[in-house]
Design a protein around this ligand. Structure first.
Ligand SMILES: Nc1ncnc2c1ncn2[C@@H]1O[C@H](COP(=O)(O)OP(=O)(O)OP(=O)(O)O)[C@@H](O)[C@H]1O
Ligand SMILES: [Mg+2]
Length: 372
């Protein structure tokens, strides 16, 4: 049921304009791969080339070892679900689901059985006679998925299937897609802008930028070991603080100097050899900073940063503090119950075990040994 998808050095060009630059990606049978990246980076183009809706300019796509570059979409054993799941307004749910099957001349009892199975999987049994106009957004999205399921594809391609739904429905549908994948075990390539969807659904996440892959890895791997500043900033919300700093080495102790007031003691035992004066970027996730006291002047310490509060965004359980440390803007996640005021001086502490380090010139990560 589940196919392997191999993408080999694939390019997409529109006349002189190259939008996908030699992408390589292997999706294992049954794997759930999520593509993320800024708008225009080529995510939909990748899916459409796999589906056969877009010509491949160069390179090859294989599905279960068969080169599909020149196969028609219907012969590739793939089904695609879009953000705008255009249903036929004059057909009821059952007929929408079975439309493709009937078009291909499937027998009546085959159609009936396919609709029965799909509607059971998607809990649409009671809605089969309704028209799309009489359905909620989430129900319509399920019909669109039903249409894909009945074709029994070996690969599902989802292009932002939930982005037209409100937050609550999106959460429900996200769980349904996960359930669907567990049940059917079909290979999935899924595009989303939603951090939580990417993190919760993916076996592996592919981070794209300008038609190239920046990093591929399990969600936690990307979160804990981003390859560069781009991935570090892209994975995680609110995004990682990336602060330019200069290294200063005193008696074997290594400090990242942010400004004349603030420097950060790094954990020497985890560092590779570094040089005095080296320009780096320090990465700290907002949830790894903590507030210590409110009297900035009395705080003297190597892992303390002093600044002031710029804006407070209460989310309920937590608040996002936007703070200023000299020139730098630093975001901090704090307990939502504690009250903070704009302009209030603050002192931030950080556990050295959570610091990321990047080379300022290449923007690549400087690998640190795991904290022992
Ligand atoms: N028919 C076309 N002619 C020329 N350029 C195109 C065409 N279709 C897409 N592009 C360009 O290809 C690039 C990739 O587009 P694509 O739709 O794959 O991006 P995306 O990552 O899906 O973005 P989004 O997140 O906004 O959906 C974009 O720069 C887009 O402008
Ligand atoms: Mg797109």
């Amino acid at each position: 049921m589940a196919a392997e998808v191999s993408i080999r050095n694939v390019y997409k060009r529109y006349e002189a304009h190259t939008v996908v630059h030699g992408v390589n990606l292997d999706i294992k049978p049954g794997e759930f791969v999520v593509l993320v990246g800024p708008s225009g980076c080529g995510k939909s183009t990748m899916l459409r080339m796999i589906a056969g809706l877009e010509e491949i300019s160069d390179g090859d796509v294989y599905i279960d070892g068969v080169r599909v570059n020149n196969l028609a979409p219907k012969d590739r054993n793939v089904a695609m679900v879009f953000q705008n799941y255009a249903l036929y307004p004059h057909l009821n749910v059952a007929d929408n689901i079975s439309f493709g099957l009937r078009l291909n001349g499937a027998k009546k009892d085959v159609v009936k059985e396919a609709v029965r199975t799909a509607s059971e999987i998607l809990s649409l049994q009671d809605l089969l006679h309704r028209k799309p106009a009489d359905l909620s957004g989430g129900q319509r999205q399920r019909v669109a998925m039903g249409r894909a399921i009945v074709r029994q594809p070996k690969v599902f391609l989802f292009d932002e299937p939930l982005s037209n739904l409100d937050a609550k429905l999106r959460t429900q549908m996200r769980a349904e897609i996960k359930r669907l994948h567990v049940r059917l075990g079909t290979t999935v390539a899924y595009v989303t802008h939603d951090q939580i969807e990417a993190m919760t659904l993916a076996d592996r996440i592919v981070v794209m930028r300008d038609g190239r892959i920046e990093q591929i890895g399990a969600p936690m791997e990307l979160f804990h070991r981003p390859a560069n500043t781009f991935v570090a900033a892209f994975i995680g919300s609110p995004q990682m603080n990336l602060l330019p700093a200069t290294l200063s080495i005193r008696d074997g102790a290594v400090f990242a100097v942010l400004d004349e007031r603030n420097s950060l003691r790094l954990d020497e035992s985890r560092l590779p050899p570094l040089t005095e004066g080296q320009e780096v970027i320090v990465g700290i996730r907002p949830e790894h900073l903590a507030i210590r006291g409110s009297d900035a002047s009395s705080q003297v310490g190597t892992t303390q940063l002093t600044g002031e509060i710029d804006i407070v965004e209460p989310l309920g359980a937590q608040s996002i503090l936007h703070t200023r440390l000299g020139e730098a803007a630093v975001t901090v996640m704090v307990d939502g119950l504690v009250r903070f005021d704009i302009g209030q001086p603050i002192s931030l502490t950080i556990d050295a075990g959570h610091v990321h380090l990047f080379d300022a010139e290449t923007q690549l990560t400087i690998p640190l040994k795991d904290a022992s």
